[in-house]
Design a protein around this ligand. Structure first.
Ligand SMILES: O=P(O)(O)OC[C@H]1O[C@](O)(COP(=O)(O)O)[C@@H](O)[C@@H]1O
Ligand SMILES: [Mg+2]
Ligand SMILES: [Mg+2]
Length: 335
């Protein structure tokens, strides 16, 4: 069904959530247009300031944040929590929901015409603004992302599988193309920012060493590597053809808990990945059982097919001498 006034096909969207999801889709559609115009329109990639996290804010980060806040107002959202804002802000006093959002993910890719995105999460609102988002990720009632790539797509979950929508340039609406997306098994691809190798813990180095050793190492097969530096693009690839993503903690100052934010990035992606049959952890424990301790808290993040994610946990559980040993000593990890 395509509701005439709607920017997204609504038949698989729970009725109570249609208004906020439609607002998110409407802004995503407009952002997709703005991004496609690039240098023909307004400048999007120049720095305009710094957010709470100390990250540089690009013009598109701010534009996206303001557009989502404007559009969500009046759609039943009581609280709005954005990566670009210091605090959770009030919206509709009688609203039922809280939306947590990374309005523009992958900001470093804006200027180079590589896929970027939007990530969001919805919970039932509580009376207290912060308590509405500082809660177990398992309490999300919806999560999704939009990828602004060669195609603009939206992935959504309401806790009963993952739905895939494509923005149809002819009708200018997000159209459902798959109501039950699952992660394919069997990929040999891993994604990690390997330039941080020297900063990682021993188990993470050992895991990657064993992938890099390929057919001659304990895994006995060759692997391929990808790093887009847009979480949405990595997630989309994994949902499309499998594999694993890692952004571990490391010993750089400020990276003791990795780089990615629990509320705005990891909780919603973990919800989607689990709903697609995969797993998501902080390299040991499931993200879905965890709650952020503060609004902009970070967490190490590992997700992908269950078997691959479990293997990273197993490396973390290895005794130190095993992790340090030569490949042969880790025979239990063959394949
Ligand atoms: O530049 P790095 O350290 O490789 O980090 C890349 C990661 O940072 C992010 O860009 C962070 O997101 P923002 O652009 O929303 O700050 C992720 O999308 C990506 O996975
Ligand atoms: Mg991000
Ligand atoms: Mg962002």
């Amino acid at each position: 069904m395509l509701d005439k006034a709607s920017s997204i096909e609504t038949r698989e969207i729970p009725e109570g959530l249609r208004a906020p999801i439609d607002a998110l889709a409407r802004v995503a559609r407009n952002l997709s247009f703005t991004i496609r115009r690039g240098a023909l329109g307004q400048s999007l990639g120049h720095e305009v300031g710094e957010n709470t996290d100390g990250d540089a804010q690009k013009a598109l980060d701010v534009l996206a944040d303001e557009a989502f806040a404007r559009a969500l107002s009046g759609t039943g959202v009581r609280w709005y929590a954005s990566e670009e804002r210091d605090t959770v802000e009030p919206m509709d006093a009688d609203g039922r929901f809280v939306v947590a959002i990374d309005p523009l993910d992958g900001s470093s890719n804006i200027d180079v015409n590589v896929s970027i995105g939007t990530i969001f999460s919805i919970y039932d609102a509580k009376d207290d603004a912060e308590a509405s988002v500082l809660r177990p990720a398992s309490e999300q009632i919806a999560a999704g992302y939009v990828i602004y790539g060669p195609q603009c797509q939206m992935m959504l979950t309401f806790g009963a599988g993952v739905q895939q929508y494509v923005l149809d340039p002819e009708s200018d609406t997000f159209r459902l193309v798959d109501a039950a997306r699952t992660i394919p098994e069997g990929s040999s691809e891993f994604a990690i920012n390997a330039s941080n190798y020297r900063h990682w813990s021993k188990p993470i180095r050992a895991y990657i060493d064993d992938c890099l050793a390929g057919i001659d190492g304990p895994r006995g097969k060759n692997f391929n590597m990808r790093w887009v530096a847009s979480l949405v693009a990595e997630t989309h690839r994994i949902l499309s053809r499998g594999g694993i993503f890692l952004y571990p903690s490391d010993d750089r100052s400020g990276y003791e808990r990795g780089r990615l934010r629990m509320v705005y990035e990891c909780a919603p992606i973990a919800f989607l990945i689990e709903q697609a049959g995969g797993a998501a952890t902080d390299s040991c424990d499931p993200i879905m059982g965890k709650a952020a301790s503060e609004l902009h808290a970070r967490t190490p993040f590992v997700f992908g097919t269950r078997e691959k994610v479990a293997r990273v946990t197993a490396y973390n559980d290895l005794p130190d001498q095993e992790v340090s040993a030569l490949f042969g000593a880790r025979g239990l990890f063959r394949a």
